[in-house]
Structure formats: C-alpha cells, structure tokens
Design a protein around this ligand. Structure first.
Ligand code: ZN
Length: 213
C-alpha cells in the first residue's frame, strides 16, 4: 500500500476508536475550543507536542517553525499569539527547543540551503553572535549545538515576553506565564529551562543552566 494511503487508514481507525470510547467526542469538538496552552516549537518531525505530552485534541494551540524562532514581524506567529492570548486566554505559553536541532546546527556551522531557510535563520545567527563565548565555551560539537539550542530558547522567550501582546496582558494583570523548555530526543523527556512572568525583569534573565548534557 502507498504510504500516504496508510495515513488515511490510520485516521479511520483513530476516529472509530475515539467514537467507540466516547460517543460524544466529536460533537464536543464541534462545540468549540478552550485550550490551556499555546505551544511554540520546532517543525522537526521528531518533536510532536501533543503526542509527547499526551494532550488530546483541543488541549493545545500550536505554532511551529524551523528552530522555534520569534520575530515580531512574523504575522503568522504574531496572529497565533494574539488569538491564543487575547481570545482563547491561554494561561501558559510553552516555547520548546530540542536536542540536535537541525536549524540551530545550520545557524552554527552554515549549510542551510540558500533561499528562505537561510534567510529565516538570521534570527538564530543573531543569537549566536550575542552569546558566542557562552556557546563556543563547549568543546564537543554536539554539545555545542545543544548549548546553542538552550541559549536560543532563552532569547526567543525574552523576545516573546517583549511583544506588545504579552506586555499588554501582563500590564492588565492577566495571568500568563511563559515557559522555556527543551525536548531531549535521547530519552523523550521535556526539560524545563526557565519561566518568565511579570515579576521578572527581562534585562536580568540569565543564560539557563545546561540540561541537555
Ligand atoms: Zn529543530
């Protein structure tokens, strides 16, 4: 059987199983969404936010891009953030990097295909230039990429915190916590790096402890 047809077959089995377990599952889905979380992660096929957190449909609003980067002129991410924070009123935003991220590897060593990918990684290269000594202090090649992954999560989380959407929510007293995590491909575990909330001055956010060791 052609592989793409297996997707359709698997989908039928999934739908039948859910209806069997919970006959009103899909009618509840139609009624609307009220997720608790916004997830911002990498597009990498090995990093599956709902699967690895056992989150059912409706539990998570999701945005993914290469290397989980935050640009305040990215209308895709900014509209997702605005809708999640202002309309869905999520209380937690999780920004998650991952072990061995190919986007971060390319930003560190070159090798991204010319064109949109290389242009996109400009943000990650800026993170490298801002923290060159921290990243280059790691001798091992793979460990250096993973340190860059961690420092990148920190910088992107601070960028997220500085957006007008998050700042307005915090100024109005709304509950919203930003979480920076990494996913370790070696053991399937999510490892928290840092949290940001209105009590933490953004100029004082330090580089996180190493967890991808
Ligand atoms: Zn990645």
């Amino acid at each position: 059987m052609r592989k793409y047809k297996q997707l359709l077959l698997a989908n039928k089995a999934w739908s039948f199983e859910l209806k069997d377990e919970s006959p009103d599952f899909f009618s509840r889905q139609v009624a609307g969404q009220k997720p608790d979380f916004l997830w911002i992660g990498c597009s990498d096929s090995r990093v599956s936010p709902e699967q690895m957190t056992m989150t059912p449909p409706g539990g998570m609003f999701i945005h993914r891009n290469i290397a989980n980067l935050v640009n305040d002129d990215d209308m895709n991410l900014m509209s997702v953030l605005q809708y999640a924070v202002d309309v869905l009123e999520v209380k937690h935003v999780i920004l998650c990097g991952h072990h061995g991220c190919g986007g971060i590897k390319a930003a560190l060593s070159g090798g991204a295909p010319a064109g949109p990918v290389d242009d996109w990684l400009g943000n990650a290269r800026a993170v490298y230039h801002a923290h060159t000594s921290e990243i280059e202090s790691v001798a091992d090649d793979d460990a250096r990429v993973n340190r860059f992954v961690e420092v990148n999560v920190r910088d992107q989380l601070v960028r997220l915190a500085r957006t007008s959407i998050v700042q307005n929510r915090w100024a109005s007293g709304g509950q919203l916590v930003l979480h920076g995590w990494v996913y370790d491909l070696r053991d399937g575990l999510l490892k928290p790096l840092l949290d940001l909330d209105p009590s933490k001055p953004l100029d004082e956010v330090k580089a996180p402890e190493r967890v991808l060791v």
